[in-house]
Write a protein that binds this ligand. Sequence first.
Ligand SMILES: C[C@@H](O)C(=O)SC[C@H](NC(=O)CC[C@H](N)C(=O)O)C(=O)NCC(=O)O
Ligand code: NI
Length: 134
Amino acid sequence: MRLLHTMLRVGNLERSLAFYQEVLGMKLLRRSNYPDGRFTLAFVGYGDEADQTVLELTHNWDTDAYELGNAYGHIAIEVDDAYAACEAVRAKGGKVTREAGPMKHGTTVIAFVEDPDGYKIEFIQKGSRQGAHD
Ligand SMILES: C[C@@H](O)C(=O)SC[C@H](NC(=O)CC[C@H](N)C(=O)O)C(=O)NCC(=O)O
Ligand code: NI
């Protein structure tokens, strides 16, 4: 078995596709409209679904916003340099909600940004994990 995708409901698909492609550098892998169900699915990621876990952005045509609640955590992306990744996101108009640096109570270098719907996305700096727990 392997992880195939994480599904996120988004309020505005074009806005989300612009963010995931232009700000986070993902590729639009496929997109399908389901007129009978009045929704569109768009799969985005850093490589083919045959060997990479991807995001499934779900746009319900009649819903333009969601309550994310307090249970959702984040999606994590590995980056070479979390500090530089945050600067790049800012330069492209993205929102950094937690600056890069060692995580609280641990050593892994992380940062958080938010997507247009408010979903948190974690940057984890490659090779920064030293602690046994993190
Ligand atoms: C290792 C990396 O993938 C993490 O996500 S750890 C990030 C860390 N998580 C927590 O603290 C979880 C417990 C917390 N009470 C919760 O429910 O979110 C985190 O968010 N650290 C914050 C920071 O600023 O370092
Ligand atoms: Ni995490």
